[in-house]
Design a protein around this ligand. Structure first.
Ligand code: SF4
Length: 100
């Protein structure tokens, strides 16, 4: 990771070095990547598991299953931005006979 000068915003690289390391390891071992074989540093260090990372193009990854959750949404979907990040809405519990 390159250290940026003062005032320069660091962008998330989705830990590309971790992705490449896992890809290279699988290649050396002459096999395909396994589902959930790697994750980002922030996902690995999050104690509440609030971040899940993976290959959304592969049905076997946890992140792909989570993206199908009824609470899943993309930011600014109405603008057709279709970002790579999927959020899950807050869980709300309906109050019988009233508004939550
Ligand atoms: S640790 Fe998280 S925020 Fe930082 S580069 Fe990796 S994926 Fe992006």
């Amino acid at each position: 990771m390159t250290v940026r000068g003062k005032g320069v915003m660091e962008k998330c690289s989705f830990c590309v070095q971790r992705i490449r390391e896992a890809e290279n390891r699988a290649k050396l071992e002459k096999r395909e990547l396994n589902a959930d074989e790697f994750t980002t540093a922030c996902a690995a260090s999050c104690p509440s598991r609030a971040i899940v990372f993976g290959d959304a193009a592969d049905e076997n990854w946890t992140v792909t299953q989570m993206a199908k959750d009824s609470r899943a949404y993309h930011v600014f979907e109405e603008l057709n931005t279709y970002t790579a990040i999927v959020y899950l809405k807050k869980v709300t519990h309906p109050v019988p006979g009233g508004v939550a």
